[in-house]
Ligand binder design. Sequence first.
Ligand code: ATP
Length: 892
Amino acid sequence: MDSDSDSDGSHVSATPPRDSFPPSPPPLLQSPPKHVPPVSRKITSSSSRSKPKAPIQPPPNPSQEAPLPSSSPPPPSPLFTNLPFRICESQPARFSSSVSSFSRLHSRASFTSDEKLKSDGVDFVPEPPQVEVIAPPKSVRRKPPNLITDTITSPPVKPMVFRSSGNGEGNFVKLNLNGKRGKKFPSKYKGVSKSRSNYAFRGKRYKKKEADGDGESLLEEESDLQKQVEEEANGFISSVEDAILAVKTEPSDENLTKLLNLVYGYDSFRDGQLQAIKMILGGSSTMLVLPTGAGKSLCYQIPAMILPGITLVVSPLVSLMIDQLKHLPSIIKGGLLSSSQRPEEATETLRKLREGIIKVLFVSPERLLNVEFLSMFRMSLSVSLVVVDEAHCVSEWSHNFRPSYMRLKASMLFSELKAECILAMTATATTMTLQAVMSALEIPSTNLIQKMKDLLILMESHPYKEIRSIIVYCKFQYETDMISKYLRDNNINAKGYHSGLPAKDRVRIQESFCSNKIRVVVATVAFGMGLDKGDVGAVIHFSVPGSMEEYVQEIGRAGRDGRLSYCHLFYDNDTYLKLRSLAHSDGVDEYAVGKFLTHVFSTETKQHEKICSLVIESASQKFDMKEEVMQTILTHLELGEVQYLRMLPQLNICCTLNFHKSSPNTLAARNTIVAAILKKSHVKQGLHVFDIPAVASSICVATTDVLAEIQTLKMKGEVTYELKDPAFCYTILKSPREICSLSSHLTKWLTEIESCKVRKLDIMSSAAVAAISVSDTSELSSSAKQTLSLQSRIFDYFNGDEKCDTPSKTTQNCAFLRADIKVFLQSNRQAKFTPRAIARIMHGVGSPAFPNSVWSKTHFWGRYMSVEFRVIMDAAQTELFNFVDRNAALAT
Ligand SMILES: Nc1ncnc2c1ncn2[C@@H]1O[C@H](COP(=O)(O)OP(=O)(O)OP(=O)(O)O)[C@@H](O)[C@H]1O
């Protein structure tokens, strides 16, 4: 069985862990080739490797053995003698081009341009691990430049804002903020020009005089001040207008930076901003994935100043819209429309829209999809840009799926609103979510600004750009397609590879890679076993691997020819959390195992060698167990201490047979199998429907004999047939005396496998985070330290010291969890939940009885991904009891 993940992102193999011994060591890397800078430090492993602590021993399964090393290990180095692999480093003084390197995604530091410069555009110096992964609602922001009135009842305060000639409106939001007024001048204008910063000072003086009671001079000073402010404002506006004109004429980096400086007071763009702005100005729909606080808003605000039509910003929460409106530079006139607004507020905003006063309109998806709203735009307004903020809400795979976002399709935005361009923005999205968002919004894969871009940058920089053969490992099948396409779109000869591809395609890709017809293979864990290619020059991990074993095995595919080779790991918390959730997708409860065993052994066993069958799909649904989990249990029943059953070949057990030439009875008279078929089948619309194992058992032949016979009849033109219902087939050798104790034993074993998976992932993640977190303070570069840090973790791990010191990014408690579970249960009364089923839904993990396609629609889907699975299960159990008790009380 292939052990890479399903494209639905829900499958992580339920098979027992592989051999718990450290995987075979990759061949060691030798001295660098001539073109590589001199190696200053090499760390070599020895051939003797000690066993890591053995996890739960599964029943033997030869097909899952780790591959053997293809070359013999080298002599030990003085340092890290038992290390199962060696990492070489080229230039300690430089930050990049080390053999192992790391990128943390979703960390602000990794995106700052300074860091990038330092890192030669390849490796980033990331910040220490962030505990919070899912972007919290916006809270701490820039100081508000726009004006807010006190309360809804108070008369509107005339905002004192810089006005563009003609319209007299600022960005005016009504809020119940109890007496807090917005600043009259945006703080960001301070420092932009000397005179503007003086304003703040004069303002203080003015207030002091007012307190002193010098009324007349105060009035004079007020009018002087007013005049001066207006002059300054006019001067400011005309310089901004000049800068805008310059960008319109030539959207060069220089002109855009000038505008940035003038409006925001910043000297340079942050990572990704300039690229996004230029793409939008060029009319290209763009997907922007930058961490929270990285400055995404600016990426639509600047285009809004330049583009002729309105910029519509679709936002899922009113509070977000208000916050963003507040933070618009006052040079950009904004407005807000949401379903929760009072009619007069909406009417006022619509008036301003029609009069061309509003340039940026924040709107809820419900409002946007409203027919009247759409028709107003179609008739009279031109939309230059639609910004889909928190764009992950578009995808049902995301942690925050919003059904109303699902209707935001590019086709609708282009046809109904005549939008010219779409900008989708998010801080957190897995690749699966991105794929869904980009497909719904028709954003080409080349127009993505995020981790894939970092991968591209890495691959286009030294030394990766000179490497002839590279493997990029991802966690999910869909990622391999998406990333390889993205690389191809960027002129890199790449192909995706995963176990879901037809065997002949897989063979072809592997052969083309080996003969250097393909430069890059973007693959899941399924690629590499049996790969005989010595000159793989680099292995890049697009996501954190599931375990140290996996990591060491995969990086070991580089440098088998003894030449210097490289590895790089992109780390992001989102993927780590997703993998952690998926590690729970194979877990089972004793109750379900008991039910399953009862079903397995329910067949009458008096008949010797009776062939039993279990239709996979229906059993999977019934016991809420994945196929792999059922297979694991059945395998244990066959190969465990007691042999309860014997597994037979898996087959489609339900056959529908149509007789064409001879009559069924004539055939039956000379063919015992046909006779048995007639006995065991029922006739439906002239066709004989039967169960193959039942027929085989009735005449004591193998199921394969029955199949072979009907195939022969088909070749003779006697029959045609159809098969359905794939099933596990087995014969019972011994029934357990007590189902209860057997199911308890099996559950314990499966639970240990589940925890072992989580722990292995935590250890790997913690090692990567520890390596990323080392700082560049001493004579060694960060990169060298990262390499050493990881080496020592690997060394310790394979010597039995399973360090997992970095706290897991999951939390133990959550204030609203129990309340949310309660609401969830009340709104889904019809479903029969187990605590595990609830925990899976809260983690955004589908299961056979609670599939993604149905349950991802609930807004609790994946909401508690960062809370420990066990904690959710416990809370769910309590709430399920309460729920049952309450209902029982109501019934009496
Ligand atoms: N080029 C820049 N130089 C310096 N500061 C900047 C730059 N661009 C944006 N900022 C500042 O960074 C902060 C965060 O910006 P912003 O709110 O746009 O982030 P964001 O990516 O939209 O975050 P969120 O995910 O919370 O929406 C703001 O204070 C903003 O002024």
